[in-house]
Ligand binder design. Sequence first.
Ligand SMILES: NC(=O)c1ccc[n+]([C@@H]2O[C@H](COP(=O)([O-])OP(=O)(O)OC[C@H]3O[C@@H](n4cnc5c(N)ncnc54)[C@H](O)[C@@H]3O)[C@@H](O)[C@H]2O)c1
Length: 262
Amino acid sequence: MADGSTIGRNRLDGKVAIVTGGGIGMGAATARVMAGYGARVVVADLNAEAGHSTIQSIIATGAEAHFVQCNVADEEQVKALVAETVSTFGRLDCAVNNAAITPDSLPIAEADMAAWDRVIDIDLRSVMLCMKYEIRQMLAQGGGGAVVNIGSVSSVRPQPGNSAYVAAKHGVVGLTKTGSLEYAPQGIRVNAVLPGAIDTPMLRGALDQTGYTEADFAPALSLFGRFGRPEEVGEASAWLCSDAASYITGHSLAVEAGYLTR
Ligand SMILES: NC(=O)c1ccc[n+]([C@@H]2O[C@H](COP(=O)([O-])OP(=O)(O)OC[C@H]3O[C@@H](n4cnc5c(N)ncnc54)[C@H](O)[C@@H]3O)[C@@H](O)[C@H]2O)c1
């Protein structure tokens, strides 16, 4: 801004964004938040019904959104996602690589390697694939852009029984740092957001399996004694994608109500 002010730089007006796993949960909330800040959003998800529902809720507000059915673990589909984004909205400025699945819960010595590989494919390899084609497009536009990879508190604090998820989420931080080093010269920022316990279908599914409730779990997982709202993570990702975060790259921003401080 001409006067050096940062006011308004958190807006995403004119930017085109991809949000993967945008059908439900945090991805859907992130897509809505980013559209609210002015972005034109491409929602990518395996689940077409959920993805269409997210874009309909965005279009109802007067913003622009487009759905692409995509398995983020499939290289050709990720390549096609970026191509369809460009053919629909003309360019790509930012991306939130959010899609992931929950882990199995076997200890290492009992691991089912097919299930392990599946988590690595969807939670880690997908982030690599998305970065590959998103950054390629940003470079083709002459550089500039922002990528946000969704990790987890499991990116820095392991949990027993979740080796694939923990390894994948640690890997997401490694990929984020590598990308930040490789593409800083071209003005492409690469950051990670590490959510804590956020109230989404993924978390509710995990609770249902154990029979525990939010009241049982939340005090141990949050200094606020409650689960996070998906929008609270979406705000962090949107801000990292915006020009307000212009001096931030290679960073992992925990959105976990202080869980990691204990
Ligand atoms: N909910 C939490 O407490 C929590 C905590 C830490 C990190 N996270 C991370 O946040 C992100 C979002 O989690 P969530 O809780 O919203 O999950 P969710 O299960 O509620 O939603 C995930 C979305 O991703 C989609 N998806 C799954 N596999 C896909 C694939 N192969 N290709 C395309 N789309 C696919 C699903 O259809 C769904 O719409 C994930 O990366 C997750 O690991 C969640």
